[in-house]
Design a protein around this ligand. Structure first.
Ligand SMILES: NC(=O)c1ccc[n+]([C@@H]2O[C@H](COP(=O)([O-])OP(=O)(O)OC[C@H]3O[C@@H](n4cnc5c(N)ncnc54)[C@H](OP(=O)(O)O)[C@@H]3O)[C@@H](O)[C@H]2O)c1
Length: 302
């Protein structure tokens, strides 16, 4: 790990802090993912926009300073809700967005990776969030929808690096990528975070988590609670019952223990779930409990 990143601190709020490498951006390890704030299928407005605004305000009031979003959520809706709830943004709030897809009217997810599309997406994010520059932009590879697929991404990362030189993007990250794609991108511009599918039961990225930890790069799991298919495991339920907490809290605490470069962005449209998720930052798991939980997904650590 780089000296700038700190390890889990279960006594401190929201699980301690992490500084993105080579940046002045420090966030709590427990953040918030805003994708769940749209209508069904991550399309259109939410049923209750006031409730969505309240979740965002509650997150920031509770100390969250890392919000994950994209202008293709809605599309545009999530960013517009973030702006309406939180603009002018409090000092220190880091909003991380992503580019690489578009949402046609049939609600599908299609790649949008030409120079023109990526540039337009940066301007959409800036306008809908009400910002002059974006703190961190992830290039979201669409190789396979929920899993990475090897193949060149240099052309797209070069566009982001050009927009970075123009001052519209401060730092670049990647999403849904393989180890070799990370290396390809690093030859073009420094990479500060990687956002891939990972959780207690889906551990294809075990070796990548450790590799990025050695480089001080943040690993930000998407679907930390299982996403559209909530995590279910009898071991998880048994551990939660024994500790007197909720299974989803144990799943988040396991991720926080897994590696100090893991930052969490659990998604929820509910204030009650938000509070539960943030409280997971104070849940310390014993070595024995961690071993029991490791057995669920089968460790593939390097
Ligand atoms: N880079 C990518 O390709 C990518 C892909 C997917 C997501 N993401 C990002 O990652 C973030 C997290 O992923 P996600 O939101 O898809 O999945 P997630 O965090 O794994 O799970 C969200 C689901 O869990 C439920 N939930 C949340 N907290 C809960 C709790 N305490 N107890 C029970 N259920 C709970 C939510 O429902 P309620 O609303 O009812 O709480 C929602 O259905 C997203 O918000 C988004 O920012 C990125």
């Amino acid at each position: 790990m780089s000296n700038s990143s700190s390890v889990a601190n279960y006594a401190s709020p929201l699980a301690g802090t992490f500084t993105f490498p080579g940046t002045a951006l420090t966030v709590h390890r427990l953040g918030y993912g805003a994708m769940q704030l749209t209508g069904p299928g991550i399309y259109g407005p939410p049923k209750d926009p006031e409730a969505a605004l309240a979740v965002l305000r509650e997150a920031v009031a509770a100390g969250v300073n890392h919000i994950d979003t994209s202008d293709f959520y809605g599309p545009h809706i999530t960013n517009q809700l973030i702006k309406q709830a939180l603009h002018p943004y409090p000092a220190g709030l880091v909003i991380v967005t992503k580019l690489g897809a578009r949402r046609p009217a049939d609600k599908s997810w299609k790649p949008a990776i030409s120079r023109e599309e990526l540039t337009a997406a940066v301007h959409d994010n800036l306008r809908n969030l009400g910002l002059d520059a974006l703190d961190i932009v992830n290039y979201r590879s669409m190789g396979a929808i929920h899993g990475p697929k090897d193949g060149p991404i240099g052309e797209q990362v070069t566009v982001l690096a050009d927009l970075q030189r123009e001052g519209l993007i401060r730092h670049v990250g990647l999403s849904n990528v393989t180890k070799s794609q990370v290396a390809e991108a690093q030859a073009i511009t420094p990479i500060v975070c990687v956002q891939n599918h990972y959780n207690l039961t889906h551990r294809d990225d075990d070796a990548l988590v450790d590799d990025l930890a050695r480089q001080g790069i943040a690993y930000v799991p998407f679907f930390p609670l299982g996403g559209f298919t909530p995590l279910q495991s009898s071991t998880l339920t048994a551990v939660a019952e024994r500790l007197g907490v909720q299974p989803m809290q144990v799943a988040l605490a396991w991720l926080l223990h897994r590696s100090p470069n893991i930052l969490l962005i659990p998604g929820t449209s509910s204030i009650a779930h938000l509070r539960e998720n943030l409280a997971a930052g104070r849940l310390e798991l014993s070595t024995e409990t961690l071993a029991e939980l490791d057995g669920i997904g089968g460790s593939k650590t390097a």
